[in-house]
Design a binder for this molecule. Structure first.
Ligand SMILES: Cc1cc2nc3c(=O)[nH]c(=O)nc-3n(C[C@H](O)[C@H](O)[C@H](O)COP(=O)(O)O)c2cc1C
Length: 198
């Protein structure tokens, strides 16, 4: 587990240096056409669970990029702050397939065409709170777009476990981002979003 924290630290340094560089589009003198807004004309929800803020930061970036509504998935019972206790409880819950009770529901889920769903990678899969969230709604007729933040493990079983939980749902390809409080690399995020919307 210590490895996750160390990797996040080095990841943040990479983020700061990336943020200092201009994007290739900045160097063209403005003659190129701006990329179309991904999912323009669709009603988008960006739902996420975040324990320490990294997934929330990416969710906020996505919502801004696609003009979506944000929804924070929160559990009624809070998790322990102490890292060792948190990881032990999370492991136990994941092994048991436990689905914690959630605080709020999305007002009028029916209105959305596209639902992004974000989670930290916990023990190689998504957080139990997200499992609860996915179990609560009817996603038929919608596009589901998973995204994950991680501490070095990348995707692991996050995407495939989601497909297993909702075998009938229409999923678009998921993305993973190194967990950083400053969010995702803007260029990486834009590439993924533009590919999804094609
Ligand atoms: C309980 C727990 C389990 C974790 N397990 C993994 C893991 O298996 N693989 C990994 O790459 N990162 C793991 N991490 C690191 C988190 O995925 C990473 O820090 C993430 O960005 C946290 O997101 P958040 O700030 O939105 O909660 C774990 C973190 C916690 C707290």
């Amino acid at each position: 587990m210590k490895r996750f924290t160390q990797l996040i630290g080095s990841g943040m340094m990479m983020m700061f240096s990336a943020a200092a560089c201009g994007s290739p589009a900045d160097e063209t003198g403005g003659s190129s056409q701006p990329a179309p807004t991904p999912f323009a004309g669709k009603k988008v929800l960006v739902a996420y669970y975040s324990h320490s803020g990294n997934t929330r930061a990416v969710a906020q970036q996505i919502a801004q990029a696609v003009g979506g509504d944000l929804f924070a998935v929160e559990t009624v019972q809070t998790y322990p702050d102490a890292y060792n206790q948190l990881t032990a409880q999370a492991q136990q819950e994941i092994r048991a397939g436990f689905m914690p009770e959630l605080k709020d529901t999305v007002p009028n889920m029916a209105q959305y065409d596209v639902v992004f769903i974000g989670s930290p990678n916990w023990w190689g899969t998504y957080a139990p709170a997200v499992k609860s969230f996915l179990a609560q709604y009817d996603f038929s007729g919608k596009q589901l777009v998973p995204f994950f933040t991680h501490g070095g493990g990348g995707m692991q079983h996050c995407e495939s476990d989601m497909h297993t939980q909702l075998p009938q749902a229409k999923f678009l390809p998921a993305a993973t981002f190194p967990g950083r409080s400053s969010g995702a690399n803007a260029a990486q995020l834009a590439v993924w979003l533009n590919k999804l919307a094609q």
